[in-house]
Design a protein around this ligand. Sequence first.
Ligand SMILES: [Zn+2]
Length: 495
Amino acid sequence: MRIAIGGLHHETNSFSNIPITKAILDRALVGENLRATMGGVRNYVGGFFAAGEELGVEVVPTVMGYCTPSGHITKEAMEIHRDRIVEAMWAAHQEKPLDAIALNLHGAGVADDYHDADAEILRAVRERFGADMPIGIAMDLHANIDDPLVAMANTVVGVKGYPHVDMFETGIIVFKQLVEMVKTGTRPAIGLARLPWLIAPAEGVTTSGPAHDVQQLCYRKEEEVEKLMAATFFQGFPYADVAECAVTVVTVAEDQETADKVAHDIATYAWNRRRDFAVPANSAEKAFDLAMQLDNSKAPIVINESSDNTGGGGPGDGTHLVREMVKRNLPGSAYGYIYDPEVAAQAAKAGIGAKIDCMLGAKMDKLHGEPLELKGAYVKTISDGVFINQSPMGGGGRTNLGLTVCLEVGNVCVIVGSNRTQPMDDGVFRVAGLRWDLLKYVALKSSQHFKGWWLERAGGIVPCDSPGIHCADLKVFNFENTNTTYFPLGDPEWK
Ligand SMILES: [Zn+2]
């Protein structure tokens, strides 16, 4: 048996001014390089490879694009990437027939002229291979899902965890379902329940609270309902600002009746809990006031700025929280990290031991604060910013912050990187020469994913929701295409 794999992993925040260009997608992982890079990594594609190995199925790597969440994909980049996937799969099929195709699509990708980039890739693959080819999709929990995508797929399964610690397992599930389809000749039914509801990522953690309860219900249904093969609660991604934005439940079952019933049951439970999804809207100042009330004698208190989460399209150079940390000047403070390649280069040029004056951050747009003026910042370390992620989410993968410096400003270490990425573990501090366990206050830009590593280690976690394009208050956004009658912007009926 031979199964091709490929896809695109891009979450679009339509309020970002950073486009995904052809040059970025030219760096997609292709063929054996995809296997060499992602084999053994705790993500979806790592799961595809692992399942293939376990079942003795040949995995044919084609083209997989990974982007740091940003703005729209340009039309050119989208079409070239789509065609590369289709052509690589078709060439493999000509060489020796494929039995199935496993795609990894994020589900919140938006391109110029293609408001559902993920459905467009699936459409092109389906069109080339025809209705009989089993095609399965492993997706992100923040996917915005609508009928066209579901109609073209034979299975759709998303991660249940936020942080997405089960990407690897989700890849395995999809791959194994495809193998079953090939062996038995059957195709599962897919159920889709769309709710008139938008969840801000800051509200969606599944380690506790209402999203945890919905997640557990999905697991229970999978265990209890005999004909059910998978159930996913997709939280959606409202900042994509497309008509598809919504919370959905997607089920995969042996028959349509089961798929529809379970999707409706889970959706009903989640909908009835919708008012429980909320997060405190702490300013940076309030967040520090709260953090200082917590016990940091054994482990640092972590303050996370969700509003400028690069993992959700934030520029990563917002200054609200770093400004407050520098102002407070508490011993043992570290900010990990802010994106500012100019300042990183300036510090590296000055060299270790130098003192520099600089204007830090807030250069990408006008939505994330003003540049922070630093005078006499001491250049403590300079690094290439490369490390191996140790988190259960994506662990084993290579992270590259680019040229990274640690600036000492009073009691505060401010880490400055040159690539945008979301901090998942303590790697940011490792490359800066800092030990996380010796710190007292840590600040970072992430909504939930940092918890995959930090939850068990932090002395406490305090969320901060400064102004920004990933902030939790959906009422501040001027949505053009997201349905603003949906809860919590409106108060619609659903049953
Ligand atoms: Zn996600």
